[in-house]
Design a protein around this ligand. Sequence first.
Ligand SMILES: Nc1ncnc2c1ncn2[C@@H]1O[C@H](COP(=O)(O)OP(=O)(O)OP(=O)(O)O)[C@@H](O)[C@H]1O
Ligand SMILES: [Mg+2]
Length: 392
Amino acid sequence: MRIILFTGKGGVGKTTAAAGTAVMAARRGERTLVLSTDAAHSLADAFGVPIGSEPTEVETNLFVQQVDAQVRFERSWAEIQGYLLSVLAASGVDPITAEELTVIPGAEEVLALLELRTHALSGDWDVVIVDCAPTAETLRLLALPEALGWYMDRVFPMERRVVKALRPVLARAASVPMPHDSVFDAVERLHRDLEEVHEILTGKDSSVRLVLTPEMVVVAEARRSFTTLSLFGYRVDGVIANRVFPEAGADIWRKQWVAAQADVLGEVEQSFVGLPIWRSSYRPSEPVGVEELSAFAAAAYDDDDPLAVPTGEGPMTIRRTQTGATLRIALPFAVKSDIDLARHGDELVMTVGSYRRLFALPSALAKLTVAGARVEDGALQVRFKPALEETI
Ligand SMILES: Nc1ncnc2c1ncn2[C@@H]1O[C@H](COP(=O)(O)OP(=O)(O)OP(=O)(O)O)[C@@H](O)[C@H]1O
Ligand SMILES: [Mg+2]
């Protein structure tokens, strides 16, 4: 099953590009599902038809789903939220404020991604296209399972045991309710499910497409997303430069725009070396409905295969050398001063800007020591060498 995610700054054309790509896939005979993690019903607007919270067939092989996080408030989350509410109630917070406090920003998108997992396991689809929320939120949420991994593996089981042991005592002494086993179960289940989503999304059949418009601020953000996505192991496989003004027949005003965009597009070429950059022109009207969307995508991809699985070096590779190994992590645009690297036991802690990544070293590398690291050709190269024999 091929999964393609579309992300980018607000309003650049993510939904349009995702929907257009889905139409192309369906018309090639692939059973295609396009779903949105967005609470706004923009897929319905793009297709120009009402869309339900279950996959709705728009034309042969093409299904569209507007995930309704409210309906699908996952059972795990309901359990956890129930507990949080009881704690807040015991602390004297009024019920309405408590409700508000237990709604986690981005939770809807997380739940939409859990829906993706269900679809992946169902085996019903050849292609799943995901129209993601604007850049920052998506990145944060995609990083969630990994960010929690360390806590879930080490601290959580311990806390669970402690709570279990102390519950009878504390229940009497403290006024705050202690979580029950079912709450811990729910947390664990949610974490496991999210981890599975993460695995699916970083797998070889999944990739992310960055949508941008030729404007400096938009491009700057797309570049940051590229680094962050790579850091978390997601494969970016192309850029869609949307709303490019056509040159032909331009008046003075448009000529100026054409020139300004040409400058920015030059920067786009430099920024995303090695990735296809698909250009899509500013159309005379909004591309709405399957025909318009199909024309939009066909013009953008030109002769390229929009479903091609990316090949070559992925975001992270490990190469064995004579004496040790080299770990290569693609980090486009990161410069050495941005990166902080630390080794904690069998883990490598990498910090790029405000993002941190814990990388569990494969056992073959964990036995070695870090001999050095450098940033070269858009990649962080960490060299490992055998640990020195201890001298007595
Ligand atoms: N190349 C284009 N030419 C003309 N109109 C376009 C083009 N691309 C997108 N649009 C229109 O611009 C608007 C925004 O596009 P779209 O909804 O795809 O952006 P988005 O990135 O999904 O936005 P949001 O961040 O709000 O989800 C829509 O009305 C869409 O029809
Ligand atoms: Mg959208």
